[in-house]
Design a protein around this ligand. Structure first.
Ligand SMILES: C[S@@+](CC[C@H](N)C(=O)[O-])C[C@H]1O[C@@H](n2cnc3c(N)ncnc32)[C@H](O)[C@@H]1O
Length: 308
């Protein structure tokens, strides 16, 4: 088993890089990734100012937090501690089925999983407006620093929600498109779809990107679909949170969490048959610690699209 500080043979390991902006994020800011749900609100537009009801909700939330936790650094610390305690308590309940290496949220049916996963956007959309520029810059940094990705021309982004990662890839000159159960209204970067059932033909994609493996219901099925759509030699780039034994506690929408990130990387490699090309420590983005893993699908013609 290799670790993120210790490359296995053939695996290129890079030093952590972290954007200064992230370090300046207030400690009480929302979770790292943007989050999801149905769209009862106005469509997301980058840089748009929040409307009156969004501002009013925000003020009410702040007042409620001040009443509950107090003000200043002490208040923020109490709020953080309360959130952590609530997450830990929830993770210990029967909501989660703990297996040896993974924990899965219990759903009565696949339909319930789809409904739950689709239900988040309306609850967090206001936050996405506030964090859009920082999130876009973070995605640009993650992709620009990912050397193996330079050989790809097209990238399919799984669970891309409003498409911030897709826009970052466009900024860097890639053809990219996302899919998400709930892409919101009028999304010109993300198609509606389930990543367990991709609509794209076999062997057509240079690279698949996903930062949401913690929202998977059926890992086997997902990896099968990624394998199917990737061309020989294609890349699967996965940004992964830490495992639950390493300090990550799931919130209200995660559906699957791994015990330990390094072991999970090996499990993906084993189940998919992909090779691990590179593991990079991405540092913290807001609350969480991230690593980027690049897997490569093998095959008889393991060539880059620029090679003829
Ligand atoms: C934490 S968000 C990440 C969104 C986006 N990648 C980002 O960083 O802004 C997780 C996303 O996974 C989506 N999702 C959950 N299950 C899915 C599925 N089976 N197929 C496609 N998208 C799914 C949710 O709708 C949600 O938008």
């Amino acid at each position: 088993m290799f670790s993120i500080g210790q490359a296995k043979p053939g695996v290129q390991l890079k030093a952590a890089s972290r954007i200064e902006q992230d370090q300046k994020q207030p400690l009480s800011s929302p979770p790292p990734k943007p989050e999801d749900g149905p769209q009862t609100q106005a469509p997301f537009k980058a840089g748009r100012s929040p409307d009156l009801s969004t501002r009013a909700r925000k003020i009410l939330r702040r007042l409620a937090n001040i009443a509950r936790f107090g003000v200043g650094e002490g208040g923020r610390a109490r709020k953080r501690a309360a959130k952590v305690a609530a997450r830990e308590a929830a993770f210990d309940t029967e909501t989660w089925q703990h297996q040896s290496d993974l924990a899965q949220r219990s759903y009565a049916s696949y339909a319930e999983y789809l409904e739950h996963q689709s239900s988040k956007l309306s609850q967090v959309e206001h936050r996405l407006h506030e964090t859009y520029e920082v999130d876009l810059a973070e995605f640009r940094r993650r992709f620009a620093d990912c050397e193996p990705l330079r050989e790809a021309r097209n990238v399919l982004c799984l669970a891309a929600r409003l498409g911030t990662e897709v826009r970052a890839l466009h900024d860097l000159g890639f053809f990219a498109v996302g899919i998400d159960l709930n892409p919101g209204k009028d999304n010109d970067c993300v198609l509606k779809g389930d990543f367990h059932h991709l609509v794209f033909p076999d062997g057509t994609v240079d690279a698949v990107y996903c930062n949401s493996l913690d929202h998977v219901m059926d890992l086997e099925k997902l990896l099968g679909e990624i394998d199917r759509v990737l061309r020989s030699g294609g890349l699967f780039v996965a940004d992964l949170l830490q495992g639950f034994e390493e300090g990550f506690t799931p919130g209200r929408f995660e559906s699957m969490i791994w015990r330990n990130r390094e072991e999970f990387i090996q499990e993906i490699a084993q189940r998919s048959g992909f090779d691990v090309v590179e593991v990079r420590d991405l540092g913290h983005h807001r609350r969480d610690n991230w690593a980027q893993v690049v897997f490569r699908k093998g095959g008889p013609e393991c060539t880059s699209p620029t090679t003829t």
